[in-house]
Design a protein around this ligand. Structure first.
Ligand code: ADP
Ligand code: MG
Length: 366
């Protein structure tokens, strides 16, 4: 395998409507993934991630739109002719087969002879460092070990694109980090295009070259992790990716530089995303690490509800004068301390911080 082995992938207005469903599970998704790229499909449960992955793999025939792999439309091809490897959400290993037989299974299904199959399974188990457990059944392996076998099985068929559905969901935190590094290593080593489904924004941000944020079947943003984090295109993306406080505010300005005023305090500089004018209601999304405490009489007044020590940080839950709640994160290495409930505090934006502001969504009565 080398880096010419990877294929690019294009989704062109792909839509899926399940029979009887009130809305589309996948709605007009258009996406271009470069060869060798690792893309995370990120979104909450039920937003259509698995459906999209199954459409790419060929297990679900989409209602409309096209899937193009390596320049070739594959909509009429069955899964085993799309040159795709899939690791399903719960690994889906065959319970009555050993690790080695599981890894060789896809090759058998493609008519590869026994000796070649055994050799390939051995090579793949070596790649995922599972040679010593080749004769074990799935139930005799830990979650992480089954995960490795599922990966080896997906890679054994020499896919041009690797699809992973919530691959680390069943693993505990420390093992998850190991496997994330492992998958990234294998993906780079194989030079393979990879689409990974996850609802975990940290996982998406840390692993992916680009992140596709999906909400209610629609693609809301497709961009590198930093851009998704710093310049979200929608309120949903800002709220879903990373922690943020969503605060009701009024827009101040004439279009040159926008500011936003919260609870009558001095207005903060913001980056306006969308259409709004002076005095309009907006939602300001400010990250907990972008707020700092300032002296009495300055900034935005509030009171401490709770201070929590979270490892290297302290998180303060603060209630503003108008009733809105805000989280502020301070670093202990900068001398942050727990504060007693009821203590008055004043908040300002950290140096250089410029929160995003979005027009407040219209109230709907459905
Ligand atoms: N086979 C199916 N038949 C009908 N509805 C389905 C089917 N599979 C998924 N759905 C629905 O489609 C939507 C998207 O589901 P899914 O793709 O599994 O989301 P995710 O993987 O992001 O959690 C959900 O509302 C789900 O209930
Ligand atoms: Mg899913």
């Amino acid at each position: 395998m080398n880096d010419t082995a990877a294929f690019d992938l294009t989704l062109d207005a792909v839509t899926q409507r399940y029979r009887g469903a009130p809305s589309a599970a996948v709605d007009q998704v258009t996406l271009e993934v470069a060869a060798g790229e690792l893309v995370a499909l990120l979104g909450p449960s039920g937003c259509g991630k698995t459906t999209l992955l199954r459409i790419i793999a060929g297990f679900v025939q989409q209602t409309s739109g096209r899937v193009v792999i390596g320049g070739r439309p594959v909509d009429d091809l069955p899964p085993n002719r799309r040159e795709i490897g899939v690791v399903f959400q719960n690994y889906a290993l065959f319970p009555h087969m050993t690790a080695a037989d599981n890894v060789g299974y896809g090759l058998a299904a493609r008519g590869v002879g026994r000796d070649a199959r055994i050799a390939k399974a051995k090579e793949m188990l070596e790649l995922v460092q599972m040679t010593h457990l080749a004769e074990r059944l799935p139930r005799e392996m830990s979650g992480g070990q089954q995960q490795r076998v599922a990966l080896a099985r997906a890679l054994a068929v020499g896919p041009r694109i690797l699809l992973l559905d919530e691959p680390f969901g069943a693993l505990d935190k420390s093992l998850r980090l190991d496997m994330q590094i492992e998958v990234k290593r294998l993906q780079r080593h194989a030079g393979i295009t990879c689409i990974m489904v996850t609802h975990d924004q940290e996982e998406a941000l840390s692993m992916a070259d680009r992140v596709a944020v999906v909400h209610q079947g629609r693609l809301e943003q497709f961009a590198p992790p930093n851009e998704v984090y710093d310049r979200p295109r929608t309120l949903f993306v800002n709220q879903f990716v990373g922690a943020s406080n969503s605060l009701d505010a009024r827009l101040v300005g004439d279009g040159g530089t926008w500011r936003a005023r919260i609870a009558g305090a001095p207005a903060w500089p913001i980056r306006l995303v969308g259409d709004a004018g002076d005095g309009d209601p907006v939602i300001v999304c400010v990250r907990p690490e972008h707020l700092r405490r300032v002296g009495v009489g300055e900034g935005l007044p509030g009171t401490i509800e709770l201070s929590l020590p979270l490892g290297p940080q302290i998180v303060h839950e603060i209630r503003l004068g108008d009733g809105q709640a805000v989280k502020v994160v301070e670093s202990r290495s900068h001398g942050a301390q727990l504060l007693p409930p009821g203590q008055a505090v004043n908040l300002a934006l950290a140096e250089g911080a410029q929160p995003n502001a979005f027009p407040r969504p219209q109230e709907t009565t459905s």
